[in-house]
Design a protein around this ligand. Structure first.
Ligand code: GDG
Length: 470
């Protein structure tokens, strides 16, 4: 019996040099957390390797990935366009983040989403047998639990969704809503980051499908499906240790030099309309208008990592950010100070760590976010136990990090006031809050999350078996 993880992307970085592919294991949160599971001989990870591989080279890629316990699902550019950029990112992503007017309900997206989910099932079946434990990740593969259930009736299938699950009123707008739910309930255990997502899913499923729920258990055709919250954690030790390395300390000294009189506010996101980047900039503008005493005394370091910018809404957002930052800086800057230091690129993790460690305030204000790992990474990096986290109520992380300054991201005045409170917060209060948050982030780390999910999946399956034998 082995564990099979299935996600849209394999946890690898690809280097293509002189017509030669090299695959390096990636260090993303999920890959780290699952490292203990998939790097052992008794597990395998199935997913798209991240590039279009020509037919004649697929065997070579398969063999290279096999050395890392990975198994590829090969996708064409057309499939990436329709299944990933189309259905996943232009239908599911906006609707699940409550931005329904951004959704494009294209039939061709849906058709391709179905066929790519089938393709994942076909590839997975090459390595699966009915005694394996299957753990499917995220919204790109909502149909996969149901497809695999039909092929392997007694399989153990877990599913975890990393983004929010919306309320029934929102979900029911999707033209293919029943099919999506029927796909999901092929799993034995369905996990979300928060209890609110669980509630939304249970009420949506019982209103749209002929199934019942009792507490957090759905019953359908003699099968029971357990739905629970598993708030994802980070690799606390990695972020805490990284902040103490010589390399990061050197970056910090360099970064902080000449800024003794300036308080640093940090913001880090992928380019996404769900992250509230423009609203954050507007709150900073409000601060400079209402509290001119902070002009020259506060600087925002804003990193936006390029993402999905082939999609119109994303490139529009990038243009709006460019314009806003340019305008704000032009109006407020002086010869030796600038309010917004904006970077549209990604940084190596050491630089990220130096920024987390140097920032007096971390400003995380998504309009909606499944969890938000940046907020936890900031907390883990604060070995001195100082610093203030301002966190949106709409991020899953706000349910755990209750010692952050919690704000409604739509209320610019609220964000501005939280910034003022943070700027004036005495060190003792910063430490009291940070110590409490660090304890939570350290304890409920990513390994805890993985172990907890797998343990629960085993329990759920065992209790199903004992029900059947009664
Ligand atoms: C989805 C859900 C949920 C960022 N900039 C750089 C960089 N990053 C890393 C951060 C962090 C990750 O990217 C972003 O994670 P988030 O959780 O904040 O957001 P999403 O990408 O939207 O993730 C989210 C998550 O899944 C997990 O379930 O929390 O709600 O939307 O780890 O450190 N990493 C590097 N350079 C950068 O410039 N190396």
């Amino acid at each position: 019996m082995k564990t099979v993880i299935i996600s849209n992307r394999l946890p690898v970085k690809i280097i293509e040099e002189n017509d030669e592919y090299t695959f390096i294991p990636s260090e993303g949160g999920l890959a780290t957390g699952l490292g203990d599971v998939y790097k052992t001989g008794n597990a395998i990870w199935v997913g798209w390797p991240g590039i279009e591989v020509p037919l004649e080279r697929q065997e070579e890629v398969k063999q290279k990935l096999a050395q890392l316990n990975l198994y590829p699902v090969f996708l064409t550019q057309n499939e990436i366009n329709l299944y990933y950029e189309g259905f996943s990112n232009e239908v599911l992503w906006p609707v699940f983040h409550y931005l329904v007017t951004y959704a494009h309900y294209e039939q061709s997206y849906w058709d391709c989403y179905k066929s790519v989910n089938e393709k994942f099932a076909k590839s997975a079946m090459q390595v699966l047998n009915h005694r394996d434990k299957i753990w499917i990740q995220d919204y790109q593969l909502l149909l996969l639990p149901g497809i695999l259930r039909q092929k392997l009736i007694s399989a153990t299938i877990g599913f975890f969704q990393h983004i929010p699950f919306p309320s029934y009123e929102i979900f029911r707008l999707i033209p293919w809503r029943e099919e999506i739910l029927n796909g999901l309930i092929g799993a034995d255990l369905i996990g979300f980051h928060t209890y609110d997502d669980v509630r939304h899913f249970l009420s949506t499923a019982t209103r749209l499908l002929p199934i019942h729920s009792s507490s957090n258990i759905l019953s359908s055709n003699e099968r029971q499906i357990v739905v629970e919250a598993f708030p994802m954690g980070i690799d606390f030790e990695k972020f805490s240790n990284l902040a103490q390395t010589h390399e990061v300390k050197k970056e910090m000294d360099y970064f902080r030099s000449g800024k003794d009189e300036v308080k640093i506010i940090l913001s880090i996101d992928r380019l996404d309309y769900s992250k509230g980047i423009l609203e954050r900039l507007k709150a900073l503008e409000l601060l400079l208008q209402m509290h001119p005493e902070y002009i020259g005394k506060v600087a925002l370091f804003m990193i936006v990592v390029p993402s999905r910018d082939t999609v119109q809404q994303y490139s529009d957002l990038r243009d709006q950010i460019d314009q806003f930052v340019g305008n704000l800086n032009a109006r407020y800057r002086s010869m030796d100070w600038i309010p917004v230091n904006y970077f549209y690129r990604s940084f190596p993790i050491e630089m990220l760590s130096a920024l987390y460690s140097s920032a007096d305030i971390c400003l995380v204000t998504p309009m909606r976010d499944g969890m938000n790992l940046v907020s936890k990474e900031y907390v883990a990096s604060r070995n001195n136990e100082d610093g203030v986290l301002i966190l949106s109520e709409m991020a899953g992380a706000s349910k755990e990090l209750t010692d952050a300054l919690l704000v409604n991201p739509n209320n610019l005045g609220d964000i501005m006031e939280a910034i003022v409170v943070a700027l004036q917060m005495p060190l003792e209060e910063q430490q009291r809050r940070m110590i409490a948050m660090r304890a939570i982030v350290e304890k409920f780390n990513v390994k805890h999350w993985v172990n907890n999910f797998i343990l629960r999946l085993n329990e759920v399956k065992d209790s199903q078996k004992s029900l059947l034998t009664k």
